[in-house]
Design a binder for this molecule. Sequence first.
Ligand code: DC
Length: 228
Amino acid sequence: MENEKKISVAIDGPSGAGKSTIARRTARTLGLVYVDTGAIYRTVGYHAYRSGIDPTDAASVAALLPELRISMDYGEDGLQRMYRNDEDVTEQIRLPEISMFTSHVSALPEVRAFLLEMQRRMAWEYSVVMDGRDIGTVVLPDADVKIFLTASAEDRARRRYKELMERGTPKGFDELLQEIEQRDYNDSHRAASPLRPAEGAVRLDTTGNTFEQSLQQVLAIIKERTGL
Ligand code: DC
């Protein structure tokens, strides 16, 4: 049967710009499926971590992929649950050591190729808001709407600082700022799918915005382009 036309919204940008919160709320508001591709990469990072290998060793990571089945579903709260083979790893993939492993494995072309089909299939089956680093450039170059969401490094460090304080695990502002600048550099200088705005992407700088202001701006961009 002919697949009816699905809407796809690609939201890319650096860590800490508020992408996932904005993408999730946007999807909920418009009745679309939210796909958090960072969580998919994190599941590969977790698998590498549990396998005890060096995450920078491309051959060892690639050797793990054929035995890895990744799946996901959505809880009533809209939370995207992730499964490594049949194990629910939704919480584990958020641990700081997994962020580190994931940043290494996601730089490998073998891993990016392994996940490409899975991400494209989601957009083929559902109308989606998909967030990540290379959605508009590589995964869905024909997305109906592409948004590149940024904020100044200081603003992102401030948000992270507040978040960690509230969680009871504070870290110094200068250290956080340095980490963010380092991650930005890594993400935009890696050879495989470096972070950059896609052709035709609307750049949205959320520096100084409240969450609600950013959300309304994203909704307005989508409405203008799709009528949704
Ligand atoms: O958005 P996040 O922090 O959950 O992403 C986790 C890691 O995965 C981060 O190091 C960037 C990487 N990633 C990627 O390379 N490509 C994507 N489409 C999504 C995430």
